[in-house]
Design a protein around this ligand. Structure first.
Ligand code: PMP
Length: 400
């Protein structure tokens, strides 16, 4: 019965790793997938995560029962505090409902399904460009997906005018997907002043903000600073949604741990919203896994462990920032034609290099360097040892 199934293409991001794994060159370099690597090119498990896991293993009172549909209560409370701030009035007034979901992706999907069932305006605006999965997540949930201008290739920065025009022209009530910080793939974020203008415009038009927060702490090294955009919107008392991921900032990629929060105007509304979120979740996966959420809760509720985490997180953010500088310096020293200052201006895990599809294909073929075809490179996949090889490849690609 499945004889006529057509082969689907590889995922544009995860497919890069598939191709990388098949390459036998000793010089191969994977800058495709957004996962942190050490200076030695190895995946990193944070010490504080190891410590939390050890505590969980040694605690014989812990069992493997099902979690509630909405997940681990402590985890949900602490996750809301982490993103909205410990003193957030929305939390104190019980206007926030938070449900544990399967990392950032699952949180976005649950939010999307909820909106598709219960929100009156079934249109979502996503930035152009954006993380490739956004289009599919929201489209498959039944929302109509439209784009707003975001990136200006000529400046390799924000197309702020275009953004304001497109959101200004969006039908009233439309949902707007915003990257809380460290925009993927461009590494371009609005300034605080620009965020404030975006907020005013969106509130005046009744547009509903849906924040995707996959990199809190990873952009600047400060958890509070990286949540600034979200907190600005919550501070005005209006509604918003936020999808959090602990994949990057705690290195819990494969544990699939994240949270969806919906901020409402009143406590009883939040409680009714939560009852409907349960109806979304139950037939999808029943209830979320316990291990990753227990690790996060253990770390977030203990002051020492929390502090240890922030130090390790800052070290990851700093290594990425230092890679930006090293690559920029190497291209400058090499005299590679073009303005490469965007490498040090952009924020977060990725640099949107400006290299085109042919240049990317050339670098993969001749230099065994793997990245997405839009020219996005993961700075976290780079090290002092590999900067010269990447510099050679970029130089050769732009001077061919
Ligand atoms: N949103 C953005 C912008 C991302 O970059 C990612 C990870 N690449 C995610 C969401 C979701 O990741 P995860 O499901 O692994 O938490």
């Amino acid at each position: 019965v499945f004889a006529n199934i057509v082969r689907a293409p590889e995922d544009p991001i995860l497919g890069v790793t598939v191709a990388y794994n098949k390459d036998s060159s000793p010089h191969k370099l994977n800058l495709g997938v957004g996962a942190y690597r050490t200076e030695e090119g190895k995946p990193l498990v944070l010490n504080v995560v190891r410590r939390a896991e050890q505590m969980l293993v040694n605690d014989s009172s812990r069992v493997k029962e099902y979690l509630p549909i909405v997940g681990l209560a402590d985890f949900n409370k602490l996750s809301a505090k982490l993103i909205f701030g410990a003193d957030s009035p929305a939390i104190q007034e019980n206007r926030v409902t938070t449900v544990q979901c399967l990392s950032g992706t699952g949180s976005l999907r649950v939010g999307a399904e909820f909106l598709a069932r219960h929100y009156h305006q079934l249109v979502i605006y996503i930035p152009n460009p954006t993380w490739g999965n956004h289009t599919k997540i929201f489209g498959l949930a039944g929302l109509s997906v439209k784009a707003y201008r975001y990136y200006d290739p000529s400046t390799r920065g924000l197309d702020f005018q275009g953004l304001l025009e497109d959101l200004g022209a969006a039908p009233s009530g439309s949902i707007v997907l915003l990257h809380a910080c460290a925009h993927n793939p461009t590494g371009v974020d609005p300034t605080i002043e620009q965020w404030e203008q975006i907020r005013q415009l969106m509130r005046s038009k009744g547009l509903l903000p849906f924040f995707d927060s996959a990199y809190q702490g990873f952009a600047s090294g400060s958890l509070d600073a990286d949540a600034g955009s979200v907190r600005m919107f919550v501070a005005d008392g209006g509604e918003c949604l936020a999808a959090q991921s602990y994949a990057k900032n705690m290195g819990l990629y494969g544990e699939r741990v994240g949270a969806l929060s919906i901020v409402c105007k009143k406590a009883d509304v939040a409680s009714r919203v939560e009852s409907q979120l349960k109806l979304v979740i139950r037939p999808m996966y029943s209830n979320p896994p316990i291990h990753g959420a227990s690790i996060v809760a253990t770390i977030l509720k203990d002051r020492d462990m929390y502090n240890e985490w922030t130090v390790e997180l800052k070290a990851m953010a700093d290594r990425i920032i230092s890679m930006r500088q090293q690559l920029f310096d190497a291209l400058s020293a090499r005299g590679t034609p073009g303005d490469w200052s965007h490498i040090i201006k952009q924020i977060g895990m990725f640099t949107f290099t400006g290299l085109n599809t042919e240049q990317v294909a050339f670098m993969t073929k001749e230099y065994h360097i793997y990245m997405t075809s839009d020219g996005r490179i993961s700075m976290a996949g780079l090290s002092s040892r590999t900067v010269p090889h990447l510099t050679d490849a970029i130089h050769a690609a732009v001077t061919r």
